[in-house]
Design a protein around this ligand. Structure first.
Ligand SMILES: Nc1ncnc2c1ncn2[C@@H]1O[C@H](COP(=O)(O)OP(=O)(O)OP(=O)(O)O)[C@@H](O)[C@H]1O
Ligand SMILES: [Mg+2]
Length: 290
């Protein structure tokens, strides 16, 4: 809506996990390098965890681009609320396995065939499961069994589980200790530091066609970082709403007042915000014994 006004060729702060806008903070760079290494070195299980909105799906999309560029076969499951039958059907569909896709036995047979063939050619196959914190126990157990397939050069199937911190807690459960033991690589995404947040905002604006931007001052970006608590998705939402607000008053500069208004509209809370302070005092009041 405001792209022409600001001279953008694309919307800079979209909420989609678009790898074209990928900002390589040190930790994002390291996590992606770990994922690629884990696949190349046939490490088997890799876990990518991080709070809501820290960039896990975006990173998996970057990995998808890498796998495609290397012609590595992969299945990408983004809906993890599935039972075991649906799980195998989705794998068969993604890997285009020549079998009766509703039969777990046939899928396993065809998958094994594919893994062995690929291994003979010195190649590997990857299974990516996003939102893995939602996986049912039975499906996690099936995943563990798939991870057992190996030859003398390493695991035949590389399995990447990505999810919110509940995933780590789930993997700590006693009945999953066999799976936990097999996880050789772990990557974690933390919220952005202030420096990352500023570079992140500027890199998205640059990518959208506004290098050397003057829309957001350093101070405003610092305040955005505080209020978004370093979470990229919240930074995007704040910046997008700020641009819209500035556009509405035909201003090419976003201000602190605009940020206050946007935060009110979004009902955003951050440590020290009036809303969070008043909630804390209400809770304290409710806890006060008479
Ligand atoms: N390193 C990054 N570079 C560019 N954009 C990013 C980066 N990290 C996150 N984002 C942006 O932040 C938003 C949220 O990212 P994403 O959906 O990948 O988070 P997530 O960790 O998968 O969240 P959830 O836990 O809700 O699934 C997206 O708009 C995405 O484009
Ligand atoms: Mg995600």
């Amino acid at each position: 809506m405001y792209n022409a006004f600001f001279g953008f060729s694309e919307t800079p702060f979209s909420l989609s996990p678009d790898p074209a806008f990928f900002y390589r903070s040190e930790q994002h760079e390291e996590a992606l390098a770990n994922l690629v290494y884990g696949v190349q070195a046939r490490k088997g299980f890799i876990v990518l965890s991080g709070e809501v909105g820290t960039g896990k799906t975006t990173m998996l999309e970057c990995l998808r681009d890498y796998l495609e560029s290397q012609y590595i076969e992969f299945a990408f499951l983004f809906n993890s609320r599935v039972n075991t039958d649906q799980f195998f059907e989705m794998i068969a569909y993604d890997l285009d396995l020549p079998c009766q896709r509703t039969s777990k036995t046939e899928v396993l047979f065809a998958l094994n065939q594919l893994l062995v063939e690929q291994a003979q050619d010195g190649r590997t196959v990857v299974l990516i499961v996003d939102e893995a914190h939602n996986l049912e126990w039975e499906v996690l157990e099936e995943i563990r069994l798939l991870g057992n397939l190996e030859n003398r050069n390493g695991k035949l199937l590389q399995i990447i589980l990505a999810g919110q911190p509940e995933l780590d807690r789930k993997l700590d459960a006693p009945n999953l200790r066999q799976l936990k033991q097999r996880i050789v690589l772990r990557c974690n995404l933390q919220p952005f530091t202030l420096r990352d947040a500023v570079e992140y905002i500027e890199s998205r604006l640059d990518r959208a066609g506004a290098p050397n931007q003057t829309i957001f001052s350093e101070e405003l970006m610092a305040e955005i970082h505080v209020r978004a608590q370093g979470i990229p998705r919240v930074i995007n939402a704040l910046c997008d709403n700020l641009l819209l607000t500035a556009f509405a008053v035909e201003s090419k500069v976003c201000t602190h007042d605009m940020l206050d208004e946007v935060c009110r509209d979004m009902r955003l809370e951050w440590p020290g915000s009036r809303r969070s302070r008043s909630r804390a005092s209400t809770e304290a009041f409710e806890r006060t014994p008479y």
